[in-house]
Design a protein around this ligand. Structure first.
Ligand code: CAA
Length: 389
């Protein structure tokens, strides 16, 4: 039986900053950000959006009423959960009107949660072929103002509907994974910003990529030429490029993989890091932009979650791609965003839910999302569906 990704949707906030502006404000050469890091713009997430609303808005782009009835599992991968107990999945299920006859839960392993969800969905649908699984991958990447990680922030959500006989990608069921107890990036309970050993994290990422890719090739007797493209978890676009360069040579196939990579990073360069969603935004970028990819082509996907878990797995393009529809998931949203000045971004960055409790009501008049975080009352998050309110 074929199981895989049938539909994929995306959402990010209404605001972004330009990396040239950020470089000037921080006294850095813009080329460090544009070329050395590989980022052009960065999504800025206002207090009226959190992972619940980002993911609900992303899923709203793709789910039909029939899908909502058929979904019997909602898996939410995030490191930016909104509650220490209740999963973000339950909120999204309710906001979207997904059937209550579903298992809904959250998975955490830094940027790997979305991939864990996909692998779990694969097993579930293999057992129950009529079921559909909604996998949500959403995060708000924060390192702190004026830190080295600041240029690699961002945020947004990717929503994926998995089913039997998918239209987009068939999962091969072939995968290699590796985990180790490593302190390269983590976030203690009391902090909104991640702690990161930046250069160490990039070394670990590359080692995990090489380990899992070699293991995959040995397990399934494959070589690089079996892949029409490789897509990566992209915390910043140069990271994926560094990993790709460790396995390609200067031949025609290496050049093809390089040019596919260029296409796979386009959206990420404008959004920044969305942790668990980054790999899948890159996949969306590739599928929307790589005009030479066709049904039957195999893609390799490398997922990495600091701490650390790596996985390399493969999938095959199912039907001929509707590139316009895929681009439509992302490009209109990016085009309508408002550019913030750096002082405006710094102000927005420092607002949010009070960390010591208390009621708050946010000004939601500038948020164009259908689903919005209106505030918090009596320790309960207040979400609104603007179509209903
Ligand atoms: N023109 C062109 N390039 C320039 C330049 C200029 N004027 N100035 C510097 N550069 C280049 C540097 O040569 C360097 O390139 P290489 O890496 O290819 O050598 C690049 O710009 C970055 O320069 P630095 O290494 O000096 O930058 P930095 O010390 O400020 O830190 C960083 C960069 C480590 C990525 C930092 O931004 C960071 O800590 N980011 C967060 C951590 C991260 O994203 N890690 C990725 C792996 S972990 C993961 O994937 C999980 C996750 O999502 C977090």
């Amino acid at each position: 039986m074929n199981v895989g990704i049938d539909k994929i949707g995306f959402f990010t906030s209404d605001y972004y900053i330009d990396m040239v502006d950020l470089a000037h404000a921080r006294g850095d050469d813009p080329n460090k950000y544009l070329k050395g890091i590989g980022q052009q713009q960065q999504a800025v997430i206002p207090p009226t959006q959190d992972v619940v609303t980002l993911a609900a808005n992303a899923a709203d782009q793709i789910l039909s009423e029939d899908d909502k009835d058929a979904v019997d599992m909602v898996i939410f991968g995030t490191e930016t959960g909104v509650d220490n107990s209740k999963s973000a999945a339950i909120y999204v299920q309710s906001l979207l009107g997904i059937s209550n006859n579903a298992r809904s839960f959250e998975i955490k392993q830094a940027c790997y949660g979305g991939t864990a969800g996909i692998q779990m969905a694969l097993d579930h649908i293999a057992l129950y072929p009529d079921s559909k699984v909604l996998v949500l991958a959403a995060d708000v990447a924060r390192y702190g103002l004026k830190t080295p990680g600041e240029v690699t922030q961002g945020g947004g959500a990717v929503a994926m509907l998995l089913s039997a006989n998918p239209h987009l990608l068939r999962l091969d069921g072939q995968s290699a994974f590796h985990s180790e107890n490593i302190m390269d990036f983590w976030r203690p309970f009391y902090k909104r910003e991640a702690i990161v050993d930046g250069h160490y994290s990039t070394d670990v990422y590359i080692n995990f990529f090489k380990t899992t890719f070699e293991d995959y090739c040995e397990k399934y007797q494959r070589t690089l030429t079996d892949f029409s493209a490789l897509v990566f978890h992209i915390p910043f676009t140069k990271m994926g490029l560094k990993a790709l360069r460790t396995v390609i040579s200067d031949d025609a196939h290496g050049q093809k993989l390089l040019s596919e990579f260029e296409l796979s990073k386009q959206y990420n360069a404008q959004v920044g890091n969305l942790y668990t969603g980054s790999l899948y935004l890159s996949l969306l970028s590739l599928l929307a932009k790589a005009t030479d990819l066709k049904a039957g082509d195999r893609i390799g996907l490398f997922s990495y979650g600091s701490g650390a878990q790596g996985e390399f797995y493969s999938a095959t393009i199912a039907d001929e791609l509707d590139r316009d529809a895929l681009a439509n998931q992302v490009e209109p949203r990016l085009a309508q965003r408002t550019k913030l000045t750096i002082p405006e971004y710094e102000t927005l960055y420092s607002t949010g839910l009070p960390t010591d409790g208390g009621n708050v009501t946010f000004d939601k008049s500038h948020d164009t999302g259908r689903f919005i975080l209106a505030g918090r009352q009596d320790d309960k998050l207040v979400y609104e569906d603007t179509k209903k309110s």
